[in-house]
Design a protein around this ligand. Structure first.
Ligand code: GLA
Length: 719
């Protein structure tokens, strides 16, 4: 619920378990008061603002004879040049003047937040809109705050409107700014690389500005648009954690600033590096949405709030809680060496295994020129009829009772493709320079409507001609040459173009299931989840690396959003040999499938495939609906343990995976969470019944064979 106390001129935004509060200061700016666990609606401004030692060296604005050093105040929407020297949320250029004065004008409350114009956003929620105005430059700033009855979440974004008669430039428009009154925090973030996405890192906050960002045009595997502030002693299960995630797929920045005294500012949104947006009279600029989650019970509770938010309010409701396709993707088994017969053989190989979808990956298109390797074909979305008979393959797959999936990489084109030869102006390029290639492709300039139309028409033509049930949408490079007729608007306009083509392809085909991908998991963000209920989490399918990658990804993304496949050994990315069973046990913690030659497996392994699928289906509801508890972190110890508990706490599985077998090592128990203390559970693997309270207090034994990369699963069910 959202309350405004007229006397205190204070807003109280109450989401489940949390209060977020700020007041309209006498100087007209929005003074942040509090974000944390739910408290009474009282006057919260009795404590001093951040820093009061400012008289000698400080600067200030004067309002009604009073002075306000903005550097000493927490501010909901700090701007540049008016005595606050910390990171600003907004920056303008009014024909050379970069200083404005946005002050409170009015506010209103709406019961259902409208969708954001031109980009994905989280559905619904009661929303406060605060209007700030700069009467000198005719700027209107709207700050949006959304609350949820059922989740400890606040959503924020802003809109800038030009109410004047001349245009001005927006040089920075972050989605939020949040000041913490004390400095006793650390940051938790997700760094990585291709094949090593979303590694967990905790760091001290030093004085100055720490930036987690991307300048690659994609949200990137190098740093995810997620970070959290955690207390020094916060663990998975206790202590405060405040998570931030941007619903955005392009260049972003999340900044953490520890200033001279107490206090830390966190702000972020679209990266302002190489960004400037010209706003003409009567135009509105909309920032992406930022998700703020508060937990007083550790990182685990923060993650569960993100998971529930995305499953309930972001991911396409048609698919969010539905059993996912159980896929055999032919990529790792066949690479470009596909033919009609080879694919029909793959279909035959999965009959009676329970796998229900066959996905033809890269290599089926390129028309006459064909795509037989990485060097050609992208951009020409025409079936290579010399290589495959797509209709025959699809009919055969459907006749075998399976669904059919197809791979696309619509945002790029090979240098020798027909589209690039015929339309050299369709790609992002800087005058006089050869465009950089990335995996031997150029990036299509999605800032141009004509180019977006080309992509939409060519992809939709295939989807209309062929009976495709599933699409894997890939993007195998970062952007370069952020140049278009839109100058420093290019990177953001590219993303708006991307959302436009996704709207016109994905949501125009509501019957097709779309999976996201970007060289594995190099563009894994909430905005992509709006289009793709699941995303290929990493090209690295090694069980050990996947345990790390999936653990990190789960900090804010639900298990059902992660595509996880069992592949062959030695693993192609790491060369490691891990047991078949362990590859399954890690893959089952997501949207499950396979990438290997089933026909070349031993009889025993083929039987295992069927057993794996049956077992996955039995516990799939936990992946789709359950609560995740991370019991042991492979980043901290030689053990990975994740537990999923059904929402009614009647069922649970615990997946335990030990990377390296060590003689006499001390971890002998895992400690389950989330069970009902007073209810008895049958522990299938031990053949005993114990109450939830006992199980959580005593723990369960870690019984593993003495071998590297061993794993096992506990099944718990109330009796
Ligand atoms: C990327 C994807 C893979 C596969 C290949 C095809 O690397 O992550 O899963 O689709 O492209 O070229």
């Amino acid at each position: 619920m959202i309350f405004f106390d007229e006397n205190l001129r204070t807003f109280f935004l109450e989401s489940k378990d949390v209060t977020y509060s700020f007041k309209i200061n006498e100087a007209g700016f929005l003074q942040h008061l509090y974000f944390g666990k739910r408290i009474e609606r009282e006057d919260l401004s009795f404590a001093p603002p951040i820093n009061t030692e400012w008289r000698i060296h400080g600067t200030y604005i004067k309002e009604n004879g009073k002075i306000f050093n903005l550097n000493a105040y927490p501010n909901e929407c700090p701007t540049y040049g008016r005595s606050d020297y910390r990171e600003s949320m907004l920056a303008f250029d009014f024909d050379g003047v970069r200083v404005g004065d946005l002050v409170y004008d009015s506010h209103y409350i709406i019961n259902e937040k409208p969708t954001l114009s031109g980009m994905p956003s989280i559905k619904g929620g009661q929303t406060l809109v605060v209007l700030l105005v700069d009467t000198i430059h005719n700027v209107e700033g709207k700050l949006f705050y959304t609350v949820f009855e059922d989740l400890p979440v606040i959503l924020r974004h802003c809109e800038i409107v030009n109410r004047g008669k001349t245009s001005f430039n927006i040089d920075r428009v972050y989605s939020f700014s949040l000041d913490f009154p004390d400095k006793n925090w650390k940051t938790l973030s997700l760094f990585g690389a291709h094949g090593r996405e979303r590694m967990v890192e905790t760091s001290d906050i030093v004085h100055g500005v720490t930036v987690f960002d991307s300048k690659r045009g994609v949200s990137s595997s190098q740093l995810n648009p997620f970070m959290a502030m955690v207390r020094n002693k916060t663990t998975e299960f206790c202590g405060e954690a405040v998570g931030f995630n941007l619903v955005y797929s392009g260049n972003f920045a999340l900044k953490v600033q520890k200033a001279e005294a107490d206090g830390v500012r966190v702000t972020g949104g679209i990266n302002d590096f190489d960004f400037s947006w010209k706003l003409n009279p009567n135009e509105t600029f909309v920032s992406p949405e930022a998700v703020l989650v508060y937990s007083d019970s550790g990182i685990g509770k923060m993650s569960r709030a993100f998971h529930d938010l995305y499953r309930n309010y972001l991911i396409n409701p048609k698919f969010a809680f539905k059993p996912r396709p159980i896929v055999l993707n032919v990529w790792e088994a066949l690479r470009f060496d596909i033919s009609t017969q080879k694919i029909l053989d793959m279909v035959d190989s999965i009959k009676d295994t329970g796998i229900d979808t066959l996905v033809v990956d890269d290599g089926w298109f390129g028309g006459e020129k064909g795509r037989n390797d990485e060097f050609s074909g992208l951009g020409d979305w025409v079936v290579n009829k010399n290589k495959i008979n797509l209709k025959e393959i699809i009919d055969y797959t459907h006749n075998a009772g399976l669904k059919f999936g197809l791979w696309f990489e619509p945002e790029v084109a090979s240098p020798n493709s027909n589209v690039v030869i015929n339309h050299p102006n369709y790609i992002l390029r800087a005058d006089g320079l050869e465009p950089c290639e990335g995996r031997w492709s150029y990036v299509l300039d999605l800032t141009q409507k004509e180019v977006c139309d080309y992509v939409v028409n060519s992809v939709n033509a295939i989807l209309e001609e062929y009976d495709v049930d599933y699409v894997k949408w890939d993007m195998n490079r970062s952007l370069t040459e952020f140049c278009s007729s839109f100058d420093k608007e290019t990177a953001h306009r590219y993303i708006l173009g991307l959302y436009d083509i996704l709207e016109r392809i994905v949501y125009e085909h509501p019957e097709i299931f779309f999976e996201g991908c970007a060289s594995g998991g190099c563009r894994f963000d909430p905005a992509m989840l709006y289009y793709f209920p699941q995303i290929w989490t990493s090209d690295n399918t090694d069980a050990y690396m996947r345990a790390l990658i999936q653990y990190g990804t789960g900090l804010c993304y639900p298990l059902s959003a992660m595509s996880c496949h069992v592949s062959a050994v030695p693993n192609k990315q790491c060369g490691r040999v891990t047991p078949f069973n362990s590859r399954f046990n890690i893959s089952r913690l997501g949207a499950f499938g396979f990438e290997l030659k089933i026909a070349e497996l031993s009889n025993q392994e083929r039987l295992s495939v069927k057993e794996f699928v049956d077992e996955y289906i039995k516990t799939q509801d936990l992946i789709l609906n359950g609560d995740l508890y991370r019991l042991n972190s492979p980043f901290n110890e030689n053990l990975f343990a994740e537990q999923i508990v059904s929402k009614n706490a009647k069922n649970s599985i615990i997946v335990v995976f030990k990377p390296i077998s060590v003689h006499n090592e001390d971890t002998v128990r895992v400690y389950p969470q989330g069970l009902m203390s007073d209810k008895k559970y049958f522990i299938k693997e031990l053949g005993i019944e114990r109450s939830g309270g006992v199980i959580m207090a005593i723990g369960l034994p870690v019984n593993l064979k003495k071998q590297d990369f061993e794993s096992f699963v506990y099944h718990l069910e109330t009796i």
